[in-house]
Design a protein around this ligand. Structure first.
Ligand code: ATP
Ligand code: MG
Length: 269
């Protein structure tokens, strides 16, 4: 089974995150194999991105969600290193501004989806509106509950308009999160990432797990599948994410535009 199939959530499948691997060490691949394959695959992904950009027709949307310190930033840094920056936009979705809150929840998201020929990367996304918003009761259930369907409709519309969508949930253990938050406290170079509110969110771990499970169960569709990536080890996480993006791009099969016949062209001295 390829990495592609192994981590994909089939539409309608029941998800129990407690039973799903967070640790790359227990998987049947070694660190050396993953690191080697990762570098080769990234080269291939870079080549495919160049074609996507030159072709200028299709779009790829890559969504990342995870608990705090789950590794979204690190994955984006590692996987997209070396791509042509003109063809990739990364959008980090933070707490909505007043203007954003005055609109429907998809307003700011729709504005950030990739244009033809480009890859759009979402660091957090519209899923925050059924995660943090649900767990912290920022809106009543009658408001967040219909959002799963609204999200599926929105993603179907994007898919029908030429956007291929892949969504990654970076799955880390509670123990690993503790270690990473501790590192942010201990290492002066990482201290800027420490956010006291992450500790309040950690106390709501089980509520977040329920919300993540619902998101995965209700919103993994054929046109916009979710992948759950064991993410305690960066080397497995980066390898798996890069493999899936590369295979997705292969499936999109972008082509350089057919060279025009320019045999009559002469360039003056
Ligand atoms: P890192 O993981 O590196 O700390 P981050 O993604 O947590 O980065 P921050 O600026 O620390 O970035 O936090 C962004 C915060 O915005 C998160 O706590 C997230 O839950 C919150 N957020 C994002 N979207 C929404 C939303 N729609 N409603 C409320 N809060 C949101
Ligand atoms: Mg944070």
């Amino acid at each position: 089974m390829s990495v592609f199939d192994q981590h994909r959530i089939e539409p309608g499948k029941k998800v129990d995150l407690r039973k799903m691997e967070t640790d790359g060490k227990d998987l049947p691949v070694s660190r050396e194999q993953c690191e080697q394959k990762f570098r080769a695959q990234r080269e291939e992904m870079i080549e495919l991105q160049e074609r996507l950009y030159a072709e200028g027709k299709q779009k790829l949307l890559v969504v990342f969600q995870a608990i705090d310190a789950g590794g979204k930033d690190g994955t984006i840094r590692a996987v997209f290193r070396g791509v042509n920056p003109q063809g990739v936009t990364v959008t980090a979705f933070k707490r909505p501004t007043e203007e954003e809150l005055a609109h429907d929840f998809l307003w700011r998201v729709h504005n950030a989806v990739p244009a033809a020929g480009t890859i759009g990367v979402f660091n957090r996304s519209h899923y925050e509106d059924v995660l943090v918003v649900r767990v912290h009761k920022l809106v009543p259930e009658s408001v967040w509950k219909p959002r799963y369907e609204q999200i599926n409709d929105f993603e179907r519309m994007l898919a029908n308009s030429g956007t291929t969508i892949v969504k990654f949930f970076l799955h880390i253990s509670k123990k690993e999160q503790k270690q990473r938050l501790q590192e942010r406290l201990d290492d002066p170079a990482k201290r800027w990432k420490f956010d006291r509110t992450d500790l309040d969110k950690r106390k709501l771990w089980d509520g977040y797990r329920d919300a993540f499970e619902d998101m995965l169960e209700k919103c993994s569709t054929t046109s916009a599948p979710w992948y759950v990536i064991p993410a305690d080890q960066n080397w497995y996480r980066d390898f798996a994410v890069c493999s899936i993006i590369t295979e997705t791009l292969q499936g999109m099969a972008p082509k350089y535009p057919k060279p025009e016949d320019l045999s009559d062209v002469r360039i003056d001295d």
